[in-house]
Ligand binder design. Structure first.
Ligand code: TYD
Length: 217
């Protein structure tokens, strides 16, 4: 048996703009993988551990300009380190599948590309905090901004990130697409337009193609 066939767990991140539907799709994938007998840890950022959830409250509450982009990135990476140490790495060590709603690419997209923070600052923090623990697969849910804002609006998104406006979201979208181009082995773009059921099929097909060992008996 090869090393690849012996693998049981995997680390998957879901990324994309506000209203891209990734959270719904993540729940579906988690259910499907549980149905195959995997232990699935479905988690999110900012958050995903007790300490990181406390930091999440600090980050998401208040005015849009409450934190500078650098301060915000430092808070994101502080939360991310706790999330990795307390939730993600222990679960992967048990052979679980970890699926996270956002990870380090979000900091590159939102604090750097959209927020104006120097990309190299984020790269430095990522190296320190994430090191070699990149996801095995990152699914980037891509959707035109207008549609994303409409969907996010209809679910009553009140948070400060959703108040940052269209230009901000456009820059983040472009950044996610650039990340996918730069790291094609880790990343895959999912067209998030259309029905939930159609997007779920695209998502499942991509996970099967990229991580086939999760589907072998
Ligand atoms: P959340 O309500 O979970 O939104 P979403 O469903 O879009 O993920 O809030 C998370 C917000 O935090 C979201 O607007 C993106 C933002 N964010 C960053 O700006 N940088 C980051 O590194 C992360 C993880 C999230």
């Amino acid at each position: 048996m090869t090393k690849e066939q012996m693998r049981t767990g995997a680390f998957i991140s879901f990324e994309g703009g506000d209203g891209s539907g990734k959270t719904t799709q993540m729940a579906r994938l988690a259910d499907a993988l549980r149905g195959l007998g995997h232990e699935v840890v479905a988690t999110r950022e900012p958050g995903g551990s007790a300490g990181a959830e406390l930091i999440r409250k600090l980050i998401l509450e208040g005015d849009a300009d409450r934190w500078s982009p650098l301060t915000e990135a430092l808070l994101m990476f502080a939360a991310r380190r706790d999330h990795l140490e307390r939730t993600i790495l222990p679960a992967l060590a048990r052979g679980a599948v970890v699926i996270t709603d956002r990870f380090a690419d979000s900091t590159l997209a939102f604090q750097a590309a959209a927020g104006g923070l120097d990309e190299s600052a984020v790269a430095t923090l990522k190296e320190l905090v994430v090191g070699a623990h990149d996801p095995d697969l990152t699914l980037i849910f891509d959707l035109p901004i207008d549609e994303g804002l409409r969907r996010a609006g209809s679910r009553g998104g009140e948070q400060r990130f959703e108040s940052k406006g269209r230009a901000f979201q456009e820059k983040a979208r472009a950044a996610f697409l650039t990340i996918a181009e730069r790291e094609p082995e880790r990343c895959a773009i999912i067209d998030a337009r259309g029905d939930v059921a159609d997007v779920a099929v695209r998502t499942m097909e991509m996970v099967k193609r990229r991580l086939p060992f999760l589907f072998s008996a």
